[in-house]
Design a protein around this ligand. Structure first.
Ligand code: 5GP
Length: 195
């Protein structure tokens, strides 16, 4: 998606060869026009699939999911990263390893909000090694829900998450794919679908 690539080039910061900072438009300050265009792009790709729920992970996925959900007209469920007193009853849980934070954490969704009737679209900001996405997929599986697809804002194509999901037949749409990046040489994008 050209607008997203433009924002990454203009406002993103390559912190290291592995980590891109996008807090000027996606992770801290939010560019709502950009999020809206991203929502349209996800709907253009997944809109025909009978999605009943959008699943994401707190915190950065929520804004992307909420704006996209207005096009799909379905609820958003976000997986929580820590047990909260407000979460009563049975939980669907999974463990996620964050390579940016170098630690594992549990994510959880109440069984009330994801069931075997659901056809789920997973949305998130980044796809790197795929651990966050797999955690959400495991939660869908535990709920007996169908996975309709996975939509990602920024895929780092030099990490293996996206390639493995595609090999497994997951309908994965990444709006920008970074093939290589470094603080010295900047960012090289791969070819993606036109939006
Ligand atoms: P994965 O689980 O696929 O290895 O990593 C995806 C998760 O880690 C995303 O939910 C995102 O929050 C975080 N992440 C991975 N790589 C980056 C990055 O380069 N920049 C930022 N801001 N977050 C990242």
């Amino acid at each position: 998606m050209e607008l997203l690539k433009h924002c990454i080039r203009e406002k993103g910061t390559v912190v290291s060869s592995g980590v891109l900072k996008v807090d000027a438009f996606l992770n801290h300050q939010l560019d709502v026009s950009l999020l809206n265009e991203m929502g349209k792009a996800f709907y253009a790709h997944f809109g025909h699939k009978g999605i009943t729920k959008i699943l994401t992970i707190e915190a950065s996925g929520i804004a992307i999911a909420v704006i996209a959900a207005q096009y799909f007209n379905v609820p958003v469920v976000f997986a929580k990263k820590a047990q909260s007193l407000n979460l009563a009853g049975d939980l669907l849980t999974s463990q996620v390893y964050s390579f940016t934070k170098q630690r594992s954490y549990d994510v959880m969704v109440s069984k009330r909000f994801l069931t075997a009737e659901d056809n789920v679209l997973i949305l998130d900001d980044f796809l790197a090694e795929g651990s966050a996405c797999r955690g959400l997929m495991e939660i869908c599986h535990k709920a007996g829900a169908t996975l309709g697809g996975v939509g990602i804002a920024v895929e780092k194509g030099f990490q293996q998450g996206g390639q493995l999901l595609r090999q497994e037949g997951v309908d994965l749409l990444s709006l920008a794919v970074i093939e290589a990046m470094s603080p010295e040489q900047g960012i090289a994008f791969g070819v993606t679908q036109q939006f």
